[in-house]
Every structure is written in structure tokens, then in C-alpha cells.
Write a protein that binds this ligand. Structure first.
Ligand code: DAH
Length: 338
């Protein structure tokens, strides 16, 4: 076969080899050796070129040089391409942290509830639950609200029928617990409550309360005060002051409302505390003997205290939120902040 044909053949073979190359970065070097190395296919052609007749040399020499240059250029290009792809692989840093999927968290109301519960748990309270659809008896009657008692108007009620309603407070859980357990009783009852009230930045028709109840022999008002003071310090900070004002609830006698000194202005007076220096936190009192009679506990033998606290408002104060409706809009941009 004459030299020109062999040149064509080598060119075709090179073309073929380049197409077959995989991702192995060594491949370009192997091709260089195979074609351009000392004993490479093209070098062999050059060796044979020396022995052809002189008059053929200019023409065949040109073709052969073109093949060599072409081979060098293509193998060089291939080598760069393989290096580039393999260096991309080398740059992949497997120790980089992965993409963290968005993780949800507890609702700020639940977080607040959990903190309140944790504090009272440490003092020995256990958690009790009750249904949101309650009987009129548990929600009002047994708690010493007579049918025509004006205190019923304090709590605008969603009635379901004559005897059932959406509980207006968590106090019916006191009744349920005292009906099934004998003293000593020390419970904390969190839950959602409903009142037929206009929705505005400060109030909502759905909100949350925590009820506390302690019944035993010789339970005193000063124990109630101490317990709630300890709670206030734990929850709001050790420098808050507390004060108890006389209040009225049908199911406690005497009744009181507890305020804490405003933790924004430290009692000096600001917008949050409406320039009074105090924030109202909860209602409380000594369990009314009538309530004990309604659940079959002897009021001569036992005394007890109870307290009830709104969680939503407490969380508003704690987090400095201006609008209670934000809790229930489900806007993640708001909720993500807690
Ligand atoms: N149930 C009352 C309310 O919703 C709060 C309350 C006040 C609960 C005094 C109590 C208590 O247990 O002793 O306004």
C-alpha cells in the first residue's frame, strides 16, 4: 500500500479513536503515545517517508505534515477537555454542608403554653385536659353561676343547644377533675376557649387559657400568692413585682386579680401598660365552698385555690406583638420569628 493510502488510514483511525474516548483523563496521553510517540503510527509514517522517491516528497510531505499538525491539535484539545471535566469532579467538595430542608417549629402560643406548664410541673402540678364542647353545667352551673347570675354576661357564649356550649373558659376542667379525683388535687389545665366577641387587635373569639387548681387540707391564700409570684418571676424575670387586687369570680371567694409590674418600662409607665406601670396577668382566688358542694368535696375539711390565665395576651406581652389576630392568620413570615 502506498504511503498516501496509509496516511488516509491513520487519519481515519485517529478520527475513530477520538470518538471512542470516554472520560478517562489518561486517554489523551495514550492517544499521543499511539500516534505521536517515538514508535507512534505517525512517526512510523515519517520514517517511511524518508525512503520514498524524491519527486514524491513535496506532495506527500505536505499531506503528512498536515496529518501530524492535525493530530497534535486534536489530541491537545481532547486532553484539555478531559482535564476540564475531571477537574470539575475534583472540585466537588463532599464535605460541604447539604441543603437544609425548612424545618417547622411549634406555634408561639404552644411554646408559651409549654413554658407555663413546665414551670408549674416543677412545683408539682399535673396536666389535665377537657373537651371544647362543654355542658352548661360544667361551664357555669357547677362553678356557681346560677341561671340568672349576671356574671354569665361576663362571658358571651356560643351555645350549641340548651345544654351544650363551646367552653368560655378552662374552669370546667376543675369540675371534671374534682368529680373524678379526691384531694389532694394539683392540676394545670391548658386549652382553647371561645367567646362571642368582636375580633380586633386586642381580642379574638378563640383564645387559650391555663387553669390551675390546688385542693387539700389547709390550703391558704398566701400559698396561692407565693405560687403565682414564683411563676411570675420564672416566666417574666426575677425583677418583676406582683400585686393582687380584689376581684370577682363566682367560683372563688375571695377572688383577686394579679398584676405584674410592666417589664417594658419597669413600672414607670409606657404604652404597653397604658401608663399604669402594671399589666394584668390572671384571675385567682380561694375555691368557693359552693363549688366544693357541687362536686361532693367537703368544704369543712378541704380548702383550695384556683387561678386562670389568658395565654394569648401573655404571649403578646412577652413577645411584644401588637395584634392578636396575627397568631391565627397562619402567615409563616410572622410565625417563623419565634
Ligand atoms: N375563668 C376565668 C375567666 O375566664 C379566669 C379565672 C379566674 C379562673 C379566677 C380561675 C380563677 O380559676 O380562680 O375569666
Amino acid at each position: 500500500m502506498d504511503l498516501l493510502n496509509r496516511i488516509d488510514e491513520v487519519r481515519a483511525q485517529l478520527q475513530n479513536d477520538i470518538q471512542q474516548v470516554g472520560a478517562d483523563p489518561q486517554a489523551a496521553e495514550n492517544l499521543r503515545i499511539k500516534y505521536l510517540g517515538k514508535k507512534g503510527l505517525i512517526s512510523v509514517l515519517f520514517a517511511d517517508f524518508n525512503s520514498i522517491p524524491a519527486e514524491q516528497k513535496p506532495q506527500i510531505g505536505r499531506v503528512l505534515n498536515i496529518l501530524k499538525k492535525d493530530a497534535e491539535a486534536r489530541i491537545q484539545a481532547l486532553s484539555e477537555k478531559l482535564k476540564a471535566t475531571s477537574s470539575q469532579d475534583e472540585f466537588f467538595d463532599y464535605s460541604l454542608p447539604g441543603l437544609t430542608p425548612a424545618v417547622g417549629h411549634l406555634h408561639p402560643i404552644t411554646q408559651t403554653l409549654n413554658r407555663v406548664i413546665a414551670i408549674f410541673r416543677e412545683i408539682g402540678f399535673v396536666v389535665e385536659f377537657g373537651p371544647e364542647v362543654e355542658t352548661d353545667y360544667n361551664n357555669f352551673q357547677a362553678l356557681n353561676f346560677a341561671d340568672d347570675h349576671p356574671a354569665r354576661d361576663m362571658q358571651d357564649t356560643f351555645f350549641i343547644d340548651e345544654k351544650r356550649l363551646l367552653r368560655t373558659h378552662t374552669s370546667p376542667i376543675q369540675i371534671r377533675t374534682m368529680l373524678k379525683k379526691k384531694p389532694p388535687i394539683r392540676i394545670l389545665a391548658p386549652g382553647r376557649v371561645y367567646r362571642n366577641e368582636a375580633i380586633n387587635p386586642r381580642s379574638h373569639c378563640v383564645f387559650h387559657q391555663v387553669e390551675g387548681l390546688y385542693v387539700d387540707e389547709n390550703v391558704t391564700f398566701s400559698e396561692l400568692k407565693t405560687t403565682l409570684e414564683v411563676f411570675a418571676w420564672r416566666f417574666f424575670g426575677a425583677d418583676v413585682k406582683t400585686r393582687f387586687r380584689p376581684g370577682f369570680f363566682p367560683f372563688t371567694e375571695p377572688s383577686a386579680e394579679m398584676d405584674i409590674s410592666c417589664f417594658i418600662c419597669a413600672g414607670k409607665g409606657c404604652r404597653l401598660c397604658k401608663y399604669t406601670g402594671w399589666l394584668e396577668i390572671l384571675g385567682c382566688g380561694m375555691v368557693d365552698p359552693n363549688v366544693f358542694k357541687n362536686v361532693g368535696i367537703d368544704p369543712e375539711k378541704y380548702t383550695g385555690y384556683a387561678f386562670g390565665m389568658g395565654i394569648d395576651r401573655t404571649a403578646l406581652l412577652k413577645y411584644g406583638i401588637g395584634d392578636i389576630r396575627l397568631y391565627f392568620d397562619g402567615d409563616v413570615r410572622f410565625l417563623e420569628q419565634f
